[in-house]
Design a binder for this molecule. Structure first.
Ligand code: NAP
Length: 308
């Protein structure tokens, strides 16, 4: 009889992986590593895809504290795992722990996908930016090179990954908007140096300055944490949104976020971060298995989690 897998495993479990997971079929060889990690919707999404394609491994959650990450990465090579996803707070640290940093991870400034090679070498990728790009195309039928982009919260991890992806794909203009302006100026310098064809400006959340910037943008992306907690205000008021704007809120924990409600008020189209979550996962799957991911199966599995 097959043993039922736990919802979350610890570093101590990973150290004794074959004993801890004995009898679990198919074997657990993929995971999301985070602290906290219990909330992650990645296991049902990936397990649905693995089952659909008849791939005989399964995906779980690893609760790793920051000090566990380096020894855990050594164990991933030995067991061996197929790969892992890294989430908060491990994306940056993982950059230093992999053997090869893919260009996507370098651009994003962090690793969200690790692939364990047949030689045990770890390659770090980031699918956040490319997943965002696919999500915007799916939601609004536009490509990033066709839009000028305002990134709210450009100083955070998601903001950097998205701003870099936009510039990489040829967005003609980027307005980097951040509460703490100093945090975003190094990114602006880097963007300007690497992608001189894009115009980059940096402002704080001052309403007049934001309004001036957004008048020069087509796509507005929320990468701040505002909207994750009940009662949060929208990061920008409806008055600075124009009906021609398209708005992508990376937050996926609410069907209609405060920014989306402000967009409704302004008559603008908007979407939440569900599709980015889906596509970054599908791209991780494609990195691990070098085949197309069953996106619709993954979408249904994620929707089922969201309904719970
Ligand atoms: P992070 O690195 O901690 O960055 C947080 C950002 O939010 C910073 O720019 C910060 O500004 C800003 N911020 C926080 N509180 C604020 C406030 N009260 N007012 C204005 N700005 C505020 O976090 P992250 O990992 O980039 O995640 C950011 C968001 O992206 C989260 O909502 C997350 O759900 C979302 N995300 C979604 C996906 C997806 O697949 N859909 C993937 C990754 C992330 P300062 O620099 O001034 O502190």
């Amino acid at each position: 009889m097959s043993v039922v897998a736990a919802e979350v495993y610890s570093f101590a479990d990973l150290e004794r992986w074959f004993e801890t997971t004995a009898g679990i079929e198919p074997p657990l060889r993929l995971a999301v590593c985070g602290d906290p990690v219990a909330h992650s919707a990645s296991p049902p999404m990936h397990n649905a895809a693995l089952a659909e394609l008849g791939i005989d491994v399964r995906y779980t959650r690893l609760h790793l504290r920051p000090e566990d990450l380096s020894p855990a990465f050594r164990l991933l090579r030995i067991i061996p795992f197929v790969g892992v996803n890294c989430t908060i707070p491990h994306k940056l640290a993982a950059l230093e722990l992999v053997d090869v940093v893919d260009a996507s991870a370098r651009r994003a400034g962090g690793v969200n996908t690790v692939k364990v090679g047949s030689d045990g070498r770890l390659t770090g990728h980031s699918t956040d930016g490319p997943g965002f790009s696919r999500a915007v195309r799916e939601s609004f039928d536009v490509r990033l090179n066709e839009v000028r982009v305002g990134v709210l919260g450009a100083g955070g991890g998601a903001g950097r990954a998205i701003a870099m992806q936009c510039a990489f794909e040829g967005s003609p203009r980027m307005s980097l908007i951040n509460r703490t302006v100093e945090k975003v100026t190094p990114l602006a310098d880097e963007l300007q140096k690497e992608f001189p064809q894009s115009t980059v400006s940096v402002v704080s959340f001052d309403q007049a300055a934001v309004e001036t910037q957004l008048a020069e943008c087509d796509l507005i992306v929320n990468c701040t944490a505002l909207g994750m907690k009940a009662g949060d205000p929208a990061p920008i008021p409806a008055e600075v949104i124009e009906s021609r704007h398209i708005i992508y809120d990376t937050i996926y924990t609410a069907a209609r976020t405060p920014l989306m409600l402000a967009a409704d008020e302004a008559g603008a189209r908007s979407e939440n971060g569900f599709s980015m979550l889906l596509h970054q996962g599908a791209l991780s799957f494609e990195i691990w298995f070098e085949r197309e991911a069953p996106v619709e199966v993954m979408r249904s599995a994620l929707k089922a989690v969201a309904r719970k």
